[in-house]
Design a protein around this ligand. Structure first.
Ligand code: SF4
Length: 354
């Protein structure tokens, strides 16, 4: 079976043209799939039953993920454990920002792979290993499924912002992630905005340059987490392939090509990367780079003995970076009372399925 939502507008057009369908039918069906976000082909009311029968006979369908577990935090953050058609599990996280009307938004943290091959030592997903790539439809399905849930519960706002920070390394599934974004931003469908999306990478240098060459409005976040190669190799095996000098050179390439600022994610770990030495090294490393540091006090991961610095220590680290002339903030914590970091919901489910 082929999920029709894997097809771009042009691909859908080629398919329907091969069936002898008129051009307006392509627009209709694309809008049903991506604007109305139907969950079954027979919901496309103004599309003839003959066409739906033909599509189904050729193996086209809409394959929905099943929500196996939903956790709701006191702050409104929701985490979903989703079962895919082949039984694989992924997670996505909905963060609701309320308060001032102008700042209200729903941000969804989506997965791009089942598991992850990158093996970062502070990450629950990394400990689960890599299983397979997600398809375009499986990425879109996380957004559309969340929209359906919001609508069913009377929430007026849909998902408006996306961060590719869930399970997996998005740049290790580069073409699929970019195609999914292109479909999500197609005005004839969901009409989302690239400037409200961010891709987070652990630092795959060739893909950072490839992404820069696309010159899109999509934001780029890089998981830095260390100020020197020795610590970075300890935390992130990817650093063995791409040391910091290559990574920073790719960051300059990105900034020069796009004119955009880079976000550096920095998981702060007590006694490992939170000292004055690290502050000095970071200041030297990113000199001349338009960047911002997102400090994330590390989440506890079972089986690891990383210590999360308290808020006072985190603020002190932030202030030292600011004193060096760097832009730095501490990431607002969402969903602290439910399974914390990405991969934890799946890891806990596998350990003790309900
Ligand atoms: S932090 Fe990201 S890149 Fe690293 S193992 Fe986890 S999911 Fe993979």
């Amino acid at each position: 079976m082929i999920d029709l939502r894997n097809l771009s507008f042009d691909e859908l057009e080629a398919l329907l043209t091969s069936y002898g369908q008129p051009a307006f039918r392509v627009k209709q069906l694309f809008a049903w799939l991506h604007d109305k976000q139907i969950t079954a082909l027979d919901q496309a009311h103004n599309v003839s039953q003959a066409l739906i029968d033909q599509l189904q006979a050729d193996g086209y369908t809409i394959e929905l993920a099943t929500c196996l577990k939903r956790q709701v935090s006191k702050d409104g953050t929701e985490k979903y454990l989703l079962g895919l058609g082949d039984g694989q599990l992924i997670e996505c996280v909905l963060m609701k920002y309320r308060g001032d009307y102008s700042k209200q938004r729903n941000t969804l943290c989506v997965s791009s792979q089942v598991g992850c091959a990158m093996g970062c030592s502070f990450c629950a997903t990394g400990t689960l290993g890599f299983h397979r790539q997600l398809t375009v439809a499986e990425i879109l399905g996380q957004v559309y499924g969340t929209n359906a849930l919001l609508k069913a519960e009377g929430e007026p706002m849909q998902v408006r912002n996306l961060v590719f920070m869930g399970m997996g390394e998005p740049f290790a599934n580069f073409d699929t992630v970019i195609k999914a974004i292109d479909i999500l931003c197609d005005k004839r469908g969901a009409d989302m905005a690239r400037r409200r999306m961010t891709i987070s990478t652990c630092g795959l240098v060739p893909e950072i340059k490839r992404f820069a060459d696309l010159q899109t409005d999509i934001g780029l976040a890089i998981s830095l987490h260390a100020s020197n190669d020795e610590t970075r190799r300890r935390l992130m095996p990817v650093a063995k392939s791409y040391p910091l000098d290559q990574l920073i050179e790719a960051c300059h390439y990105y900034c020069d090509k796009t004119g955009r600022r880079i976000s550096f994610e920095y998981a702060l770990i007590a006694g490992i990367n939170d000292g004055n030495k690290e502050v000095d090294e970071l200041a030297r490393l990113v000199k001349g780079l338009d960047c911002h540091f997102n400090i994330i006090p590390v989440n506890p991961v079972s089986g690891k003995d990383f210590v999360r610095p308290d808020m006072r220590a985190s603020r002190a680290f932030q202030n030292k970076l600011v004193a060096k002339g760097l832009a730095a903030s501490i990431r607002e914590e969402k969903g602290a009372d439910i399974d914390g970091a990405c991969g934890q919901l799946k890891a806990n489910h596998l350990a003790a399925p309900e």
